[in-house]
Every structure is written in structure tokens, then in C-alpha cells.
Design a binder for this molecule. Sequence first.
Ligand code: HEM
Length: 420
Amino acid sequence: MADTLANGEHAAFRMLDLTAANPVAREDPYPRLAELRAQCPLHRDEAAGAWLVGRMADARAIFTDNSHAKNPDRAEPAAIAIRRRRSTVPDGLAFPDDQRASMLELDGEEHARVRNPLVQALYARIARFEPECLRIVDAALDRLDGRAEFDLMHELAEPVPVACIGSILGVPRETLATFRGWLNGIVQTFNPNRTPEDVAALVAASNGLAHYIRGRFDDAKNNPPDDLFGDMARAQMAGVRLSDTEITYNIRGLLIAGNVTTTDLIGNAVSVLLTHPAQLQKLRADPSLWPNAVEEVLRYEAPVDFTWRIATHAEELSGCPVPSGAALNVFIRAANRDEAAFPVADAFDVSRPRASRHLSFGGGAHICPGAPLARMEAKHLVSRLFTRFPNLRLAEPDAPPAWCRLPGFRGLETLPVRVD
Ligand code: HEM
């Protein structure tokens, strides 16, 4: 493990310093991630008790080896950052123990038992969703008719993902605003510096959503509707071994995992294309490049900072010994810019071959099940936006991008654009 720089200084990479919690990384995380890759591909952050992983080859090896765990309880006692996931559950939650049912933190057969039925039902819904996705996208664009300037995040990137997942869950249109409020409140889960007001908002939003989901699932069991709640009620009646808590908590998980991330993907796509006009020109000349362009945005400006696995036996990565219990934090954005995997990795190129080999959706048994939905939404919304508004441009081209401060994510708080 090389943790000394050429000039003799200690590299001292700290997990949080590589995220939006650090103003320098918030503005541009890539130089420091390149140093991590080059100098300390496997770096021990003593304070967090985590091993930071920066190279694509190691990241892939970690994801594809199913002996790696996700349950934070299996991490060594020193793995404070990952163990904090258990201890930061705020007081006042209506169902504080439900987290134990989360597929994000289950391993092996238990993970497959909980994940597979839910994800099969989700995939089947997504496979039929394209016409409804287009309707939601067009309705959102229609609402902008007559506007010369608007905040893309507020008008499109936030509401479209909520409307899409809301439709899959059969949330009535009149409830979508409340639903969106809950999802926005729950984002505070990821904020390590919560004020008492943030905690109160988090608890209120979390309880509001939990009661809503439980109520909807109770109703679905009496009379299964044509939505994901109905699918899961029917699966349970057909003998699938899933408790009510496992179903409802993981439906909640789908919402939380898919909301900010898809919003960020859409905002990042528009922002990157507006600041790379030659690439936008390529797309205008050849619209068949749109799916690849979405992959390249995911690679180039990944919405999620890192995901984790836990070593369940001693092993070696990049020639460095790793003990059993090590919390391995894979820095997705570092791997996505690894020259060993992507030539000229710092260039944004919508026609890049094999752009989809990025790790923005993680990998292995826990790979993001919402990826096809996020891809569909981003492709339709962003391509139709540029067609509908051929003069789309930044409203404040000289202003620095308003990157959000939430560690763990890379997305914009606002993106003011003009279309006249
Ligand atoms: C651009 C949008 C998205 C990005 C970048 C993203 C990224 C990720 C990442 C990095 C993981 C961790 C995977 C791993 O550890 O290997 C993950 C897991 C997950 N995502 Fe997504 N996600 C997105 C959208 C969605 C959507 C739309 C949904 C639901 C509809 C969703 C649901 C989930 C769930 C449930 C998990 C946990 C899976 C498991 O642990 O088995 N995500 N996502």
C-alpha cells in the first residue's frame, strides 16, 4: 500500500474529503481521485476505518467475488464509517428496526430471497413502462411552453423521476406532490451534519412515507391493484416467502435509491452536453447515439460516489494484503476515469466505444435494479428536451456549477437554462 507521495508527503486520503463534503472535491473531484488511483490504489483511511478503492480492476474483482458481504455488522469493529449506518438511525422513527430487512444490507441467500421477487416484478413493470415514460416526459415538457427561462432541476430533473416511480407504484397524481415532499425530506438520511431541523424533517418524511407504503400494501392484499404493490401482494398470496416488512421496506428502498440518483443523472446529462457543444452536435447529427450518450454521462459524471463491500476472508488487491472484515469502499468515479479501462478517460465522448462498462450502477449480486428505468427516463427526457428547445443554453454561462453538498452524490442543486 503506497501512501507516501513522490515528495515524501503522506497522501492522507480521507473518505469524506473525496466527496462533496469537501468544497474542493465538490468543485472537481477528479484530480484527487486520479492521485488515489495512481499512488494509493488501495488506501487505508484510519479515521473512517475504511479501505478506499480507486482502480477499475480492483473494483470489478470486488463486485464479482460473491464472498464479499454488505451487512455492516460483518465489518471489523474499526470500520466506523460503515457501522455508523446502524447508529445514525434517528429517534422517533415509527419502524426503527425495519432497516434490517433492507436488500442493500443483506447477504447471500437471504439477499436473493428478498431481492429476486421484488426485482423480477420491477423489471416486468419497467419492460412495459416506455409508453407511460414518454407520456410523463412530454407532459413535463408541455408545462414549460411559453417559458423563456427555468431551473431545469426543479422543473424536470426532480419531478420526472418521482412521477415515473410514482406511476409504477400506482401513486395517484394528486398525491405526487406529498410523495415528492417525503422523498426530498428523506434525502437528509445521507447528510452527516444534520441540524435538529433536518432530523425533524427526516423523521416526519420517513414516517409519512412508511405509513403510506404500509397502508397501500394492506389495501393491495385485500384487492391487488395493477401496480407494484399489487404484484407483491399477488406474489405473497402465491407463496413467495416475503414478510410484509420485507416488501414494504424494500419498496421504500427502491424509492430512495432511485430518486436523487436519477435526478442527478438527468441534470448532469444536460449540463455536460451544454458545456460540450461538439458532442451535442454529434447527437443532433446522429440521434442513434443517444443510448451511448447516456452511458457516457453515467461514466463521466457518475451520480453516486461509492458503494461498499466487506472482505469475509484475508485477500490481496493491487498487491496489497486486506484483512478479513475490511470495509472496502469502491470509489465509482475513480474507477470510471481509470485510463486502464477507458482511453482518454477524462474526455467526454458520446461515441466512446464500450462506454457502458462504467461502474455507476455498482456490480455483482447487488447491481442497481433500477438501472433500466434510470436509463429510459434519462434518454427520453434529455433527447426530447434538446429537440423541443433547439436554443437550450445555460442562463448563467459564467456562473460555476451549483454542485450539491450531499456527500455520496454528484448532482446539481440548480441548473438555470434559457430556451428563447
Ligand atoms: C442514475 C440512477 C441510479 C444510479 C446511479 C444508481 C446507483 C446505484 C448503486 C451504485 C447501487 C449500489 C450497487 C452495488 O453496491 O453494487 C445501487 C443500488 C440500488 N439501487 Fe440504484 N441507482 C440509480 C437508480 C435507481 C432506481 C431508479 C432504482 C429503483 C427504481 C434504484 C434502486 C436501487 C436498489 C433497490 C439498490 C440496492 C440493490 C441491492 O443492494 O441489491 N436505483 N444503485
